[in-house]
Design a protein around this ligand. Structure first.
Ligand code: GTP
Ligand code: MG
Length: 552
């Protein structure tokens, strides 16, 4: 097949297709701690033995999973499908260059397809044919061989109506409520909610793909660099529209930073201030990378640098994949915390659905928010659920210290995971519904003002700080990851939990419409109606008084 029929990205066409939106000055800070550099070595977690935590559950170790996904992504090409072309023809075309292993189509303002080849050579072959036919996309006089190509062969089937597979979109709350009403128990409803919300295989592939596309582009500057995803894209708690947190490890000498020579020319050079100060090196690196993404890397728009945050980052949107991305540097510790959450999510099958339900509940009730502010963010919220599961009468999760394969000195963690077998573990078959109820009791009764929570030790400690909520950063001794949370928010968490308990304890909880967890996500008006029907006056205050939250 003639290579010239597959076109390289043509800038003017793509700009029409994806006009660069104006920068949004309100784009958000990510306020996480930068003190991630205490981590030393890493090793792979191994599968659980029969007697181990998680009742014989086996799971793919985190690093193996990351490597597998990265390999898939690096053998994939992202195709823009023109109106007149179709997936079947594209697969035929691709198969003529090497075996296609996986393929899916998605819609993001236009039709796209991701094609994964069995071998990397097939990708190279297509790129070479395409790029030898055109002379555009030069970088410092070298061709950028991008893996985003346009497929434009006319097909007879393309004119028929094509389904629009939209991958990165959350379901609205109303639809979730309807869906979970088909569950056969409250626990089953909680599982259903997680299944509806969790990242799909396609969503995960797209997130790894964007990281390898950025990595390819950055390798023009740093030939050895790695761009790795972290956060909810990999920790098993990601929702369908979650952002892509990524981190670049430039793998270059100390003090070496990228600099812009002109609008489209970049080089790496030594800088004394960067050699003296790691934070300055990170800021300088990200400053140049933001220019590079904006000027040279296809489909990166809305580029915004936030260099004075605790953890400096560059935000951008990958237009073709429809993904919001946060690029950080010098942030390997965030990968360790992602691995930690991944392991917790795999140790017991109740953890992931419970976390999804609680995250959704908190979001619905205004306890979390994606904008920075007084809210508890998803990471510490997940830690709150973990510590609840560690500290209940029969622990469902082990202490972090029991997962770490080293003597633990307080400010220096050797964060490697041993063979996980042999933890003391009591059998426990509490249902998800009962765990949820217990979690709400925990939130209403826990003395947040005077006690802090430690995932590292799976315990509570005396909180003598001024923070109304203290959840220790598991990887950095005694650093609070909820510094931003106000007393008012903690009070709201407790009163919302009290309200949820009341709802769960109503006789109508199991047979009203909607029923079960659907009732936890009703509009205040609907809930009020039900309260009236249940003949409960001054409901919130009453429940609050019973639990001693409010004065009489
Ligand atoms: P989403 O809300 O779905 O994006 O969840 P997320 O887990 O990806 O959270 P976010 O994008 O805010 O942060 C990405 C990752 O950075 C987290 O998973 C953590 O590994 C790390 N992180 C976030 N907040 C903190 C924090 O306050 N302290 C520390 N130490 N790490 C954090
Ligand atoms: Mg995230």
């Amino acid at each position: 097949m003639a290579a010239s029929r597959v076109h390289t990205r043509c800038l003017c066409c793509l700009q029409k297709l994806f006009p660069k939106p104006k920068l949004n000055p309100k784009l958000i800070l990510n306020n996480f701690s930068s003190n991630f550099n205490l981590v030393k070595s890493r090793a792979v977690s191994s599968v659980l033995s029969k007697d181990g935590w998680g009742k014989g559950a086996k799971f793919e170790p985190f690093q193996v999973m990351v490597e597998r996904r990265r390999s898939e992504a690096s053998r994939s090409i992202l195709f823009f499908l023109s109106e007149r072309s179709c997936l079947e023809n594209l697969i035929e075309y691709c198969n003529s260059h090497g075996k296609v292993q996986n393929c899916f189509e998605f819609y993001q303002n236009a039709y796209f397809a991701v094609v994964e080849f069995k071998k990397k050579e097939s990708v190279k072959l297509i790129q070479e044919r395409v790029y030898s036919s055109r002379g555009i996309g030069r970088f410092n006089d070298e061709l950028i061989q991008n893996r985003l190509l346009k497929y434009n062969i006319k097909s007879s089937q393309a004119s028929t109506i094509r389904p629009k597979n939209i991958v990165n979109k959350d379901f609205p709350n109303s639809q979730l409520i309807k869906t979970v009403c088909h569950g056969d128990s409250v626990s089953n409803q909680i599982e259903m909610l997680a299944t509806e919300q969790a990242l799909t295989d396609e969503g995960i592939r797209m997130r790894f793909l964007v990281c390898t596309l950025i990595e390819d582009a950055c390798r023009k500057m740093f030939p050895e660099c790695e761009v790795l995803p972290f956060g909810s894209s990999v920790n098993n708690f990601g929702k369908r529209n979650c952002d892509v947190d990524m981190f670049i490890d430039p793998k270059i000498g100390h003090g070496m930073i990228p600099v812009a020579q002109s609008a489209k020319k970049f080089k790496v050079e030594y800088d004394q201030s960067s050699a003296d100060n790691e934070r300055i090196a990170t800021q300088n690196t990200l400053r140049t990378l933001s220019k590079y993404l904006e000027k040279c890397v296809p489909h990166c728009t809305n580029v915004l640098k936030i260099l004075h945050a605790t953890c400096p980052l560059v935000k951008f949107k990958h237009q073709a994949l429809g993904l919001s991305c946060d690029l950080t540097a010098n942030n390997r510790g965030a990968i360790d915390s992602s691995e930690m959450l991944y392991i917790f999510s795999k140790l017991d099958k109740r953890v992931q659905p419970l976390v999804f339900l609680i995250r959704h509940w908190c979001r619905y009730h205004g306890l979390t928010n994606k904008n920075p502010g007084q809210w508890i963010t998803n990471y510490p919220l997940t830690l709150l659920v973990v510590v609840f599961l560690q500290t209940r009468r029969v622990p469902i999760l082990p202490k972090l210290v029991d997962l770490i394969n080293a003597d633990l000195s307080f400010d220096d963690i050797d964060y490697s995971f041993p063979d996980l077998k042999g933890f003391p573990h009591q059998a426990d078959d509490t249902s998800l519904a009962d765990l949820l109820h217990e979690f709400f009791v925990f939130c209403t009764k826990f003395d947040f003002g005077n006690q802090g929570l430690s995932v590292r030790h799976g315990s509570v400690f005396h909180n003598d700080s001024r923070f109304p909520l203290f959840i220790e950063n598991p990887l950095v001794y005694h650093l609070n990851c909820c510094k931003n949370v106000t007393k008012a928010l903690v009070t709201k968490l407790r009163s919302s939990a009290a309200e949820a308990l009341w709802v769960m304890d109503q006789p109508g909880f199991l047979d009203s419409t909607p029923w079960g967890i659907g009732m936890l996500f009703l509009t205040p008006r609907k809930l009020e109606k039900i309260q009236k029907e249940q003949n409960v006056a001054a409901f919130g205050k009453r429940v609050g008084r019973v639990l001693g939250l409010f004065p009489n």
